[in-house]
Ligand binder design. Structure first.
Ligand code: SF4
Length: 336
């Protein structure tokens, strides 16, 4: 049995026993590797500082790789992390590890693609418009034709190795694009993209954030568009994950993904998420910081007081004060 399989088996047993201190290691990791970026999207706070994971944290992540079933790499722009190639090569050596990468896709070239297809991979492109005008208004500094070139390049690499290469689009919905969502299924279908995810704009711009600073008419238009898109996607076999309309007061995690039969959520037993700047939360839906990789090791945080509290609260059903909140992980990043 591989270390990742025995770790997962032990992890399941510890969840069923409601353990708060675990012998198993994380099963899945989400890591913001860098705040560098090559474009300047108005909704993004990540680029406003200069931070990337330390060499010490990179070493800890590499040590964890044999135990993981899934690793998600994100940024900033992930492909600008200077040691990303080295990290991917180490991850590819772990049999049975699936990886996903969030990217604006603009830096993808043949060299990167040759490396990406050496492991099971989901490439998630951040694309907020299917027309040059909308896309370039949001992804400032990016050219729509460069995005299309990258999507086409990635598609050409599908099926070249025995490893899975899935392509997915992640769409942030805001005022600028809320009436221009209708083309996404056709855009995805024509480029061999198998999955679409719609999430909310999460910045504090009152004009753009139609969900937090509720604009009922705009939200209704989005709901209508998503209904039509869901039918269109189903008809052509594209998966559509709809996290809209956003409700800031309730954890919007997909309960089908990570819950035990009588636990509301098992993320704090399985995941760790390293935010830009180094703070750690169990998962992107969570609102309580449980540590900081600049002050403690990943494994110290994994069984530290914050993670123990999350597990205890979920085990005894007293999680409301931690899991229902109007904050988002981006708010945690900006707090000192
Ligand atoms: S906020 Fe609570 S319910 Fe949501 S993912 Fe985190 S621990 Fe689970």
């Amino acid at each position: 049995m591989r270390p990742s399989e025995s770790n997962e088996e032990l992890n399941r047993r510890e969840i069923s026993e409601r353990r708060t201190v675990l012998e198993s290691r994380p099963v899945a990791l989400i890591v913001h590797l860098t705040e560098r970026c090559n474009i300047n999207c108005p909704m993004c706070i990540v680029k406003k500082r200069r931070w990337e994971i330390s060499d010490k944290t990179l070493g800890e992540i590499k040590d964890l790789l044999p135990y993981l079933r899934h690793a998600c790499w994100t940024g900033g722009e992930t492909f600008l992390y200077p040691r990303f190639r080295e990290l991917l090569e180490a991850a590819h050596r772990q049999e049975g590890l699936s990886q996903s990468i969030y990217t604006n896709g603009l830096l993808l070239d043949r060299d990167w693609m040759e490396l990406l297809i050496r492991g099971d991979m989901t490439l998630i492109f951040s694309v907020d418009g299917t027309e040059p005008g909308v896309y370039e208004a949001i992804r400032r500094g990016a050219r729509f034709e460069d995005l299309c070139r990258s999507l086409d390049l990635a598609r050409r690499y599908q099926g070249r190795t025995a490893f899975r290469l899935d392509l997915k689009l992640s769409v942030a919905v805001m005022r600028t694009n809320h009436r221009r969502l209708g083309g996404f299924v056709e855009f995805a279908r024509s480029r061999g993209i198998g999955e679409l995810e719609f999430g909310p704009y999460i910045g504090d711009d009152r004009e753009e954030n139609i969900f937090k600073f509720r604009d009922e008419a705009a939200v209704s238009a989005v709901v209508e568009s998503l209904r039509a898109l869901a039918a269109e996607a189903a008809a052509c076999g594209i998966k559509l994950f709809n996290r809209l309309p956003y409700n800031y007061s309730v954890c919007d995690k997909d309960k089908t993904l990570n819950s035990g039969p009588d636990l509301f959520c098992t993320f704090p037993w399985t995941w760790l998420h390293i935010l830009p700047g180094g703070k750690v939360i169990p998962h992107g839906h969570c609102k309580q910081v449980v540590g900081d990789v600049s002050r403690g090791s990943i494994l110290e945080i994994w069984n530290g007081p914050g993670m123990q509290s999350y597990r205890r609260k979920l085990a005894d059903g007293s999680f409301d004060d931690w899991c229902r909140s109007d904050r988002h992980w981006m708010d945690l990043v900006m707090e000192t």
